[in-house]
Design a protein around this ligand. Structure first.
Ligand SMILES: NC(=O)c1ccc[n+]([C@@H]2O[C@H](COP(=O)([O-])OP(=O)(O)OC[C@H]3O[C@@H](n4cnc5c(N)ncnc54)[C@H](O)[C@@H]3O)[C@@H](O)[C@H]2O)c1
Length: 349
């Protein structure tokens, strides 16, 4: 079965693609490489213990922008006319930095919403009606709930979150308009960690926005100190509390969601993918230091625009719907991030 994975070279897309290959799916990976490296595919060969000839039979990599409708059409047309149509799409491609989205809202609306609309139009033309979408816990905005359930208000506080909420509405409207569509809308909490081989991991361009790549780069000496954004949040130690999820648990959540879409037509699910456990920034620093044996210098800085104090999932609906739940602990997340960082001090370069 052939799947299209947009953004399949990125952090979450690459881990999910690897698991999909292991499950026997053949992939078309469509990525602009705006925030990722082609070298990730060489690493797949190492992990899978295969050569390039085998891998190129299983994955076709296309460098392209999701806003390039002509190229997307060419891709769908090629597979449909060769009798090997794309059955479903996992849509990871997008821009993901909350702080950047505050400065560049046009780019975020353009890529995240218009890019998705483009993709959907081409899918409809080639009668591919199943899509797994990367949404985000950011859609919930600030909350007083200790654990967020899927029926919580949707009230994003920043342009990035607005684009994710808008795509969710768009997909819901499509579902209501036509009984062919099936969507799994997955609201990720905080994906971290790396494949246990240390061959693939998160390699953001520039100074990282997320805590784990930031902390890893401080620990390895690539950055001088960690900036902790705010110690005056209404949390136990004043630093932000997040629900961290190991990227392999997250990737497995995608396989379960995809299987659900493949089992039945015409359904829409909106699910939290998180562990249900909250950890403060100081908790993470402590665990990371314990795992690595390295002290992490940090400095408290101002809250970031658009951030929230606490964001923890209630993952029970995902468990009930998909039979999926996280397995990996904060210790394993720190261990695997550190393994990736030490084996690849400069990422894929
Ligand atoms: N990492 C997180 O913390 C997080 C949390 C919630 C949701 N998400 C969402 O999950 C998805 C994947 O996130 P990630 O962490 O793997 O990010 P990432 O930046 O590592 O991966 C995104 C991929 O999309 C590609 N891309 C970007 N713009 C593109 C475009 N216009 N056309 C084609 N490809 C394009 C990038 O090159 C990259 O390979 C994103 O949609 C993101 O918003 C991520």
């Amino acid at each position: 079965m052939k799947l299209l994975v947009t953004g399949g070279a990125g952090f979450i897309g690459s881990h999910t693609s690897l698991l999909l290959l292991e499950e026997g799916y053949d992939l078309v990976i469509y990525d602009s490489f705006h925030n990722s490296s082609k070298k990730v595919f060489k690493r797949f060969e190492k992990i899978l213990g295969c050569d390039e000839t085998y891998l190129t039979k299983r994955i076709k990599v296309i460098e392209g922008d999701i806003r390039d409708r002509n190229l997307l059409e060419e891709v769908f047309n090629y597979y449909s006319s060769s009798g090997d149509s794309i059955t479903a799409v996992l849509h990871f491609a997008g821009l993901k930095s909350v702080s950047e989205s505050v400065i560049k809202p046009i780019d975020y609306w353009d890529v995240n919403l218009l890019g998705t609309k483009n993709l959907i139009e081409v899918m409809a033309k080639y009668e591919c009606y199943k899509l797994v979408f990367s949404s985000s816990a950011t859609v919930y905005g600030s909350t007083s709930s200790s654990k967020i359930t899927e029926d919580h208000n949707i009230n994003p506080q920043n342009p990035y979150g607005h684009t994710k909420a808008a795509v969710e509405d768009f997909l819901t409207d499509l579902y209501n308009s036509n009984d062919k569509w099936s969507f799994a809308i997955l609201r990720y909490f905080n994906p971290v960690g790396a494949h246990s081989s240390g061959q693939i991991g998160e390699d953001p361009f520039g100074v990282p926005n997320n805590l784990f790549p930031f902390i890893s780069q401080v620990a390895i000496g690539r950055l001088e100190k960690l900036l902790v954004f705010g110690n005056d949040w209404p949390t136990t130690d004043g630093t932000g509390i997040r629900d961290y999820i190991h990227v392999i648990d997250l990737a497995q959540g995608h396989i379960s969601a995809l299987e659900k879409l493949l089992e039945n037509n015409n359904q829409i699910v909106k699910l939290n993918l998180g562990s249900g456990k909250g950890h403060s920034v100081l908790d993470v620093i402590k665990t990371f230091s314990k795992v690595t044996g390295v002290d992490i210098p940090y400095e408290i800085s101002n809250r970031r625009s658009g951030d929230t104090g606490q964001n923890v999932a209630d993952p029970s609906l995902s468990k009930k719907t998909l039979g999926w739940e996280t397995k990996r602990t904060l210790f394993e997340m720190c261990r695997d991030s550190w393994n990736w960082q030490t084996k690849n001090p400069n990422g894929y370069n």
